[in-house]
Design a binder for this molecule. Sequence first.
Ligand SMILES: Cc1cc2nc3c(=O)[nH]c(=O)nc-3n(C[C@H](O)[C@H](O)[C@H](O)COP(=O)(O)O)c2cc1C
Length: 379
Amino acid sequence: MTLDRSELGSGNALKLGIFGANMSSGIAATKVPERWSSSWEENVALAQMLDDAGVEFMLPVARWKGFGGSTNFEGAGFETVTWACGLLGATQRLTVFGTVHAPLVHPIFAAKQFVTVDHVARGRFGLNLVCGWNQDEFEMFNVSQRDHETRYVHGAEWLRVIRMMWEREGTFDFDGEFITLHGVESQPKPYGGTQPVIMNAGSSDTGKGFAIANCAYLLSTIRMSVDQAAENVADAHRRAAALGKRLGVMTTASVVCRPTKREAEEYYRYYADEQADWDAVERMVEIGTRGSSTTMQPEHFQRMRVRFAAGYGGWPVVGDPDTVAAEFIAIARAGFSGIAMGFVNYLAEFPYFRDEVIPRLERAGVRSVDFGASRSTQR
Ligand SMILES: Cc1cc2nc3c(=O)[nH]c(=O)nc-3n(C[C@H](O)[C@H](O)[C@H](O)COP(=O)(O)O)c2cc1C
């Protein structure tokens, strides 16, 4: 039996993934010396560790330019599709996403590249599509960003071409609003007669609508509370159902798990406040608010600043293993189907999470005991 690809290779109700490991500092804008360096060797070791632990996915950040500050936050990073290809070649079960800017990559090149990686991976490649966000980066490419609404119209057309290349036999022409192509042919098709899972992290109503209509997953930040997020998830599911679609909603979390709650909270304060790279955080928020359709009030920034330093404004999950597991279970019960996690140093911190939190999630029934995984074995 072949699993539906949107299951990411497991039947677990709550999928787990790692977010941002392709970038220097990961998603934590911090100066602490143990922050993630994102060397290739560390990425491979991490991917193999996750693969052995039965973690479902790795999700990279598509970033072309650092956010400045004393660390030049995310200034060094691997291009995501070639990064995914290397990691997929070194693993067996993990899904690895590429995060790709539709306005910056020609769809014929992109569709063919995704198919190639998907064959290397034997069907474990996923696509996280970005329609446009960071103006600084577009300037670097000398490409002007379309206005916010049009970006998503272009994104839908770009994706239509990708899917036509994945599905159509023979040759076809395409005459769209933005893209014109002649005599297109594309072989082979994605691996095994199925297609890569597609995700999008639109946060405006238009962005969410795009993800709901075109993607298997919406990646959505928990803003105020898990309870409130549950309403947004239910709304996304309702909108998908109205289109006759099944949708998964994922979120991101900055995880600090330590033997005691106090140790975890102290470390969170240390890396995300005392040692935060504030210049980088301010630049990231400024770029982020310019690039989305939503504006951020100064009071909101004050309230959120530590969360932005901790992990892009994702939901902080900080505590001992019981607390972290309880929060993950609450997120699952709120309707989320997955969590993309940030750690300050993924390789140093994931083993404790694997040994202490994952078994608690299994006992709670949001993940099943995975007999295929040799959880603590070394390669
Ligand atoms: C969790 C998350 C991850 C994102 N990752 C990237 C990324 O790697 N690269 C990028 O340019 N934009 C990224 N974005 C930006 C989104 O694609 C989108 O542009 C942003 O959420 C604004 O949404 P809107 O266009 O609906 O206003 C991310 C957003 C979120 C919430």
